[in-house]
Write a protein that binds this ligand. Structure first.
Ligand SMILES: [Zn+2]
Length: 432
């Protein structure tokens, strides 16, 4: 299993200049490789392979201006961009994508034509070293003051994952004007506890971000999306205001705009990461071994709300939530099984007959008289579909537990209404 450590790179004035020189050389090489590949593509020839590019660029000046393990990695990255382009193109031709993919681009500002730096990839762990305090890199030959000189940069952050170090990439964030180091480490797979098997199911949505049903647990748990989207809308409005301001000035983008986008995405991710963590805590408490998660296709039905239908344009968010949940489960060894949506919200979880939806969040079964929270019902249905042994929940549906985001952690509505100090653990009752 691969994980990434991310730390911020601090640099003095001189170190910063050196980083920028290296970054610019990477961009020069990237652009040269892209030029070669694009020409081949437009001429109808095959795009050269990584090995061929390496031998073609061996004597190239922008390749020779970099240490070999950086130069090779730039070429590899540039070639990989073509691999993903072709993969997307195949999907597009099969009709699985709406828009044709764009061919790999230059690292260059379109308006000014100026080259910009973005990433400095470093190939192997033998060519860099990273600890909690310093990152040290090989310098290009001409930038060394004396033999064996290295670029040593102080770093700030936590190395979350310990394991076998793999590649490292230095990323430049133009909005913050900062460098970050992303280190890939290989960590051993956590042992997956298989027996006794216990199952749970998660239904993802917009109003209720996630609804959880656990085998044999009489309550279902809902993560309310209300506060999360409220915050998202707040920042979206700020973005719109900034865009209006830029429009008036005849500009398209600004550092402030980039920062606002970043803030909005990060705040959303914060809520999602916390959701995944809380979810995993609950799953562990119930000793769940397998989690069924519905495919995202069902979400589209749930997306016609919010000011100006904001969610429709932010479908990516659900992909992110799903990935974060899967990653959090993988870390503790809970298996995640994707289940195809098969009318999970239209049938009653007790008797299977179709339900009425008088209001969006309610599902009423006329056959057995059950009144469900629609998402809790859907989660139970996913559990039923995935499992071979039923969901083990008695007939009468109970009011589901609901958690909401207080911009810091997921807490139960009850806890917040009663004014529980924030230091208390979340309001989910322990299993008896
Ligand atoms: Zn029923």
């Amino acid at each position: 299993m691969r994980r990434a450590n991310v730390v911020r790179v601090l640099s003095g004035k001189q170190q910063k200049q050196i980083l920028e020189i290296i970054g610019d050389r990477c961009a020069a090489l990237w652009n040269a490789v892209q030029y070669r590949c694009r020409q081949a593509f437009f001429e109808g020839e095959s795009v050269p392979s990584y090995g061929r590019l390496c031998s073609e660029f061996k004597e190239h000046e922008s390749y020779k201006a970099l240490p070999a393990h950086i130069g090779q990695e730039v070429i590899k990255k540039a070639r990989k961009a073509w691999d993903s382009f072709f993969a997307l193109l195949r999907l597009y031709r099969k009709g699985e994508l709406k828009k044709p993919p764009r061919i790999p681009r230059y690292w260059k500002d379109r308006r000014t034509g100026k080259r910009f730096f973005r990433i400095v990839p470093v190939k192997a762990s033998t060519s860099y070293s990273l600890n909690t305090r310093y990152l040290s890199l090989t310098l290009p030959q001409d930038l060394r003051a004396k033999r064996g000189d290295r670029l040593v940069l102080p770093v700030r952050g936590i190395l979350r994952f310990a394991g076998v170090p793999k590649t490292l990439e230095l990323w430049y964030d133009p909005a913050k004007k900062r460098w970050y180091a992303h280190q890939v480490v290989k960590v051993p797979e956590p042992e997956r506890k298989k027996k006794p098997e216990k199952q749970a199911a998660l239904n993802l949505g917009a109003r209720v971000l996630a609804a959880l049903a656990v085998e044999g647990w009489h309550h279902q748990l809902l993560f309310s999306g209300r506060e999360v989207w409220k915050d998202f809308v707040y920042w979206t409005k700020k973005i719109a205001a900034e865009q209006a301001r830029l429009n008036k000035a005849g500009r398209k983008t600004s550092r402030r705009l980039k920062k606002l986008y970043q803030i909005r995405a990060r705040r959303l991710k914060h809520a999602f990461v916390a959701l995944a963590a809380e979810l995993v805590r609950i799953l562990k408490r119930h000793r769940v071994t397998v989690l069924f998660v519905e495919d995202l296709t069902g979400i589209r039905d749930d997306m016609d709300f919010g000011p100006k239908n904001i969610l429709v344009h932010n479908f990516w968010a659900f992909g992110m939530l799903r990935r974060l949940v899967a990653a959090a489960c993988a870390r503790v060894g809970i298996g995640v099984v994707a289940s195809a949506p098969r009318g999970t919200s239209s049938g009653c979880a007790v008797c299977g007959s179709s339900v009425l939806r008088p209001v969006r969040y309610k599902a009423v079964c006329e056959t057995c008289g059950c009144v469900w929270h629609a998402d809790a019902n859907a989660a139970l249905n996913i559990l039923l579909q995935g499992s071979s042994k039923g969901h083990g929940v008695e007939v009468a549906p109970r009011k589901p537990l609901s958690l909401r985001w207080n911009y810091h952690r997921w807490e139960s509505r009850f806890a917040s209404a009663a004014g529980t100090p924030t230091g208390a653990a979340s309001g989910v009752p322990k299993v008896a």
